[in-house]
Ligand binder design. Sequence first.
Ligand code: URP
Ligand code: ZN
Ligand code: ZN
Ligand code: ZN
Length: 466
Amino acid sequence: MSRTAIRGGLVVTASDEVHADVLIEDGRIAALAAPGTSAAGAWTADRTLDATGRYVLPGGVDAHTHMEMPFGGTRSSDTFGTGTRAAAWGGTTTIVDFAVQTVGSTLREGLDAWHAKAESNCAIDYGFHMIVSDVNGGTLREMDRLIEEGVTSFKQFMAYPGVFYSDDGRILRAMQRAAANGGLIMMHAENGIAIDVLVEQALARGETDPRFHGEVRKELLEAEATHRAIRLAEVAGAPLYVVHVSAAKAVAELARARDEGLPVFGETCPQYLFLSTDNLAEPGFEGAKYVCSTPLRPREHQAALWRGLRTDDLQVVSTDHCPFCFTGQKERGRGDFSKIPNGLPGVEHRMDLLHQAVVDGHITRRRWIEIACATPARMFGLYPRKGTVAPGADADVVIYDPRAEQVISAGTHHMNVDYSAYEGRRITGRVETVLSRGVPVVEAGAYVGRAGHGVYLPRGLCQLAG
Ligand code: URP
Ligand code: ZN
Ligand code: ZN
Ligand code: ZN
């Protein structure tokens, strides 16, 4: 039996802020005790961590990552090894990554391939969603079996015709299946058929720079697809989770649906909260660093996203971490923005950027933990094992120094990518110590974790849709 005590910190969860000692036994939270009482002799620890003046937080749950994902003719540059290590550096102790079914193969083949990539390589615990690219009788039946194995959420794409795209009929069939088996459909909501027309027309006009990526992927085409996904889910009687929401009009669609009482949820990402089309328009080919889909929007959209996070019209902030190096990967799209691989690095910085949002007054401290830890855990069937600091939960705990200052830079980050989307950004707050199931992963500014410590997490059904 191993026992750790974290003494003197402010424990922050989605629901409470209390000064308490946190007692950990065999990888789980055993108890929270009034400050000082655990030291009085009732509880002996093998190890004591001093959290005076610090926050004691649940480890972050990043429900949207793409490690080693083949995309745009290349592959995202973080492995499960490097990506989960970087996540831990930033206070994230759980990721849910997307296994990919390619057209013509089965869900099983895709899932097995992703298990093989992750197994024995992860520094922190991980689960999988399944990208369903090919809806047919066989894949619909496979969805039932995946749910039994803890893969309880399925991403479909209204974008990327010829790659991941599903038409409305295939989307409706998958949603009907999810309504029957309890699965959660996650939607990439952009009208990809219309976008491809605009891409072709832009390139024909010689509009090849990265900023045109943002211009052709119009707000209206995100809002229209969001609306269509909501109504298809309503027809099917299924809950819906819209991923990487970037546009104000898409938030408005979600807000309207939720006001109608529909079980509709929305996720946004730090890049949409902190970056904008100004970045896409950076001179030279620098804008390629910021090409992702949905695209970055004009700065005005950020206010709608922050408001949505405050009013609970958006519930989750994930990173959509999908890194491609500038050199050799983003550069594939020089002279043709449509060939720039889509995706941004970010798994390391989500907790810090959202703490900065607390400092800046966009969200409260508890809302920070709710959107980054508790709600993603509930949304994807991991609560209360993950997402909170409470007796019985896994001891995935972050000791966070809210007053430390840091500057984000590719020179110091741990992700396997040659640039930072947040280069030079000052952050107040810093992760000091990270425990995963009670085991130190980051301690005193050093990585002390181990590839293979992280285990696969079979997940339950969405705990918010019922
Ligand atoms: O640009 C992005 N978001 N790349 C990752 C794939 C996706 O659509 O989530
Ligand atoms: Zn997507
Ligand atoms: Zn994604
Ligand atoms: Zn701000």
